[in-house]
Every structure is written in structure tokens, then in C-alpha cells.
Design a protein around this ligand. Structure first.
Ligand code: CP3
Length: 344
């Protein structure tokens, strides 16, 4: 295990390794960007991918929630879609619409347009950002690196844009399973090299985001998602603590725990006690505050945080949201969430 012993607040690393801590640690998915006025200001001056590609900007945005909100970890500012981009696809981010991949993968010949790239060439800017962030963090808190799960990346690469159902992507998998598996394996190979590069650059923990895992039934989740997540976890778990967050895929919590991941993210639709039953006693659970509840009055946030913490019980829990923070959350509500965890 690649453990940076100089980190002063290493509550999250300890919790993932199953070590006792004096309190429950806390961070928020999508904490870098979105709702902070300091971030929105930068958005006026630089395009999204400029913000990702310039290490100084990525570093500044990564540190904002640590400085402003007081979370127990930083998460790299980047996006899961830099991987399809590095594989050769055009990716745009359109204001209010979200991601757009104008030439999606639909048939066999489309696969010829993409490759498993040399990540040290195509994604070197991420590794440079990580080195700079580690320097600027100055051992205050750990840095979480991340990647999208192959299934979630396939969803965008085939659908070409966001969707509630990702019907084109699912149709592609069910009509052309062999092509789908070839694509998933290319994404997996890229992701393994990418996460290993993040760890070599200094990431202390990594998280795999399978935002659309819950669109698949249990059997198809095993076939099109978990099989590839397993390869990724296998490749990095000896190097750094690894968290898998597959939103909505609670029926596979046991199988996800069996991958050897150190932590599993859960959303607010499953009770902590039930998640614990499925996932077993050993693994750390992360979550699961409904992100929209941060729009409640602060006293409600405080009492709901108390209820969440007691439902998880002490130890082997990282307090977090059940999905990303919403763009319209007032900063003092985000702070109240973090404070409520720290004070209890
Ligand atoms: O956690 C963090 O704050 C670190 C940075 C981060 C971003 N995206 C920055 C971003 C992380 C971890 C992600 C992950 C991501 N990106 C996921 C998985 C997590 C999830 O929320 O489900 C997904 C599905 C994406 C794809 C993506 N990127 C979408 C759907 C969008 C548009 C709408 C949105 O904000 O979710 C993006 C753009 C994006 N990525 C923004 C940010 C801050 C907003 C664009 C902007 O600020 O200009």
C-alpha cells in the first residue's frame, strides 16, 4: 500500500483501511466546482476543458472546497469524460445541456476511430495537476483521484449525450454484445493505466464512479459493468485504498464488496443497515445523504445528519452525499453538512 504517512488529517485513509478514528470523516461528491462562487467566477474566463487541462486551474479548483468548506479530502478537479477524449473521441460540454459526443460509437467501424492511448502522453496534464495539488495541499488532507467505470463511459460514448435511460447504449450492448465487450475492455485497459498514473503522481485514494450502474438489472450489471470494475479494483487495490460507487446498483453490493474494494458508495434509496447486511462487516460504506436535502433549512440538515450517522453506526463509514452536490446548494448549507458531521 502506497500510504503517505505525512498527511495530518488522514481520517479517510484510516477509515478505508478499517482502522479506528476519533470521528467519522466527510467529503462531498462533486465538491469541486458546481456550487462555489469562487468556481463560477473561473467558469467565466476559461472553458471547461481549459480548467481541466491547466494544472494551475485544476489545482485551484480542487483546493477550493478544502479551504472554504473544510472537507476531510480533496478530489481532483477533472471529469470522467477525459478518458473517451484521450481514446480519440471528440467531447464537448454544452452549457445547460451537459456532455455532447458528436460522433458516438454505433457500429464495428466506429471502434476503429478509438484506441487505448498512452496515458502518459494524452492525460499527462492530469498527472501534472495531481503533482501540483499534492504540493499545494501540503499534507493537510488526502487527495482522491478518480475515473468513470467502463459501463458509465460506454453510456456516453454510445449514446453521445446524457440521458435518463441510456436506451441507445443499452440497445447497443444487447444487440452487439461482442462489440460492447471489445469497447468495455478498451476503456478498462485505458482506465487501469490512467488510475495507476494518478497513483504514481500522488493520488492517495481512488474512486470509480459508475453513475449509471443502476440502469442495469443485476445480471446485466455483472456482465457489462462489474466484470470490468473488478479488473480495475484488482489492478489498483494493492497500491491505494479504492472506493466503488455504483449508483442504484444496491442489489450487487455483496458482489462489489467481493471485488476487494476498500469502500462502497451508496445512494439515499437504500437504508444503511440494509447496505451493511449486503456488503458485509469488513468494508467501509460511504454516503448516503440525499443531495437535495442540502436545500432544507440548516437545522433540518443538522438533525438529518445525526440520524444518518447513527444509522451507519461508528466506524467503517465515510459521510458523503448519495450522489453529487447540486449546483443550487447554498454554500452555508454545504458547510453546515460538513460541520454537523465533524461536531457529532
Ligand atoms: O467531484 C468533483 O467535484 C471533481 C470533479 C468532477 C467533475 N465531474 C467536474 C465537472 C467529477 C468527479 C466528475 C464526475 C462525473 N462527470 C460523473 C460521475 C459522477 C456523477 O455526478 O454522476 C459524470 C456522470 C460526469 C459527466 C458529466 N460532466 C456531466 C453529466 C456533466 C454536466 C452536468 C454536471 O455538472 O454534472 C459534466 C460537466 C462537469 N464536470 C462540471 C463539473 C464541475 C460542470 C460543468 C461546468 O462547471 O462548466
Amino acid at each position: 500500500m502506497n500510504r503517505d504517512r505525512t498527511i495530518k488529517n488522514d481520517l479517510i485513509v484510516k477509515t478505508l483501511l478499517g482502522e479506528p478514528t476519533e470521528r467519522t470523516p466527510v467529503w462531498m461528491m462533486r465538491q469541486a466546482g458546481r456550487y462555489l462562487p469562487e468556481y463560477i467566477k473561473l467558469r467565466e474566463k476559461y472553458s471547461f476543458f481549459e480548467r481541466c487541462q491547466q494544472p494551475e486551474l485544476a489545482c485551484e479548483i480542487t483546493l477550493q472546497p478544502v479551504d472554504i468548506v473544510g472537507v476531510d479530502a480533496a478530489i481532483l478537479f477533472s471529469d470522467i469524460l477525459v478518458v473517451p477524449q484521450a481514446m480519440g473521441m471528440e467531447v464537448q460540454l454544452i452549457e445547460k445541456l451537459g456532455p455532447l459526443l458528436p460522433e458516438p460509437i454505433r457500429q464495428e467501424r466506429d471502434l476503429k476511430r478509438i484506441q487505448v492511448p498512452d496515458v502518459h502522453d494524452r492525460l499527462n496534464y492530469v498527472f501534472e495537476a495531481i503533482k501540483l495539488i499534492k504540493q499545494e495541499l501540503n499534507d493537510r488532507v488526502p487527495l482522491i483521484g478518480f475515473a468513470g467505470a467502463p459501463w458509465t463511459l460506454l453510456c456516453y460514448m454510445v449514446q453521445g449525450k446524457g440521458s435518463k435511460t441510456f436506451d441507445e447504449a443499452k440497445g447497443f450492448c444487447y444487440q452487439n454484445p461482442e462489440l460492447a465487450h471489445a469497447l468495455l475492455q478498451m476503456i478498462t485497459d485505458t482506465t487501469i493505466a490512467y488510475l495507476k498514473g494518478q497513483v504514481a503522481a500522488g493520488a492517495d485514494v481512488v474512486q470509480v464512479f459508475d453513475s449509471w450502474g443502476g440502469l442495469l438489472g443485476k445480471k446485466d450489471f455483472e456482465t457489462f459493468s462489474l466484470r470490468y470494475i473488478r479488473q480495475i479494483v484488482e489492478a489498483v487495490k494493492e497500491e491505494v485504498p479504492t472506493i466503488v460507487f455504483a449508483k442504484g446498483a444496491w442489489s450487487s453490493l455483496q458482489e462489489m464488496a467481493e471485488t476487494g474494494a476498500h469502500g462502497l458508495g451508496i445512494d439515499w434509496c437504500i437504508e444503511p443497515k440494509m447496505a451493511r447486511q449486503f456488503a458485509g462487516d469488513q468494508i467501509t460504506l460511504q454516503g448516503n445523504f440525499d443531495p437535495a436535502k442540502l436545500l432544507s433549512p440548516i437545522p433540518v440538515i443538522q438533525s438529518e445528519v445525526k440520524q444518518m450517522l447513527s444509522a451507519f453506526g461508528p466506524g467503517k463509514h465515510i459521510a458523503n452525499l448519495g450522489h453529487g452536490i447540486l449546483p443550487n446548494v447554498p454554500v452555508d448549507h454545504a458547510k453546515a453538512f460538513v460541520e454537523a458531521v465533524k461536531n457529532s
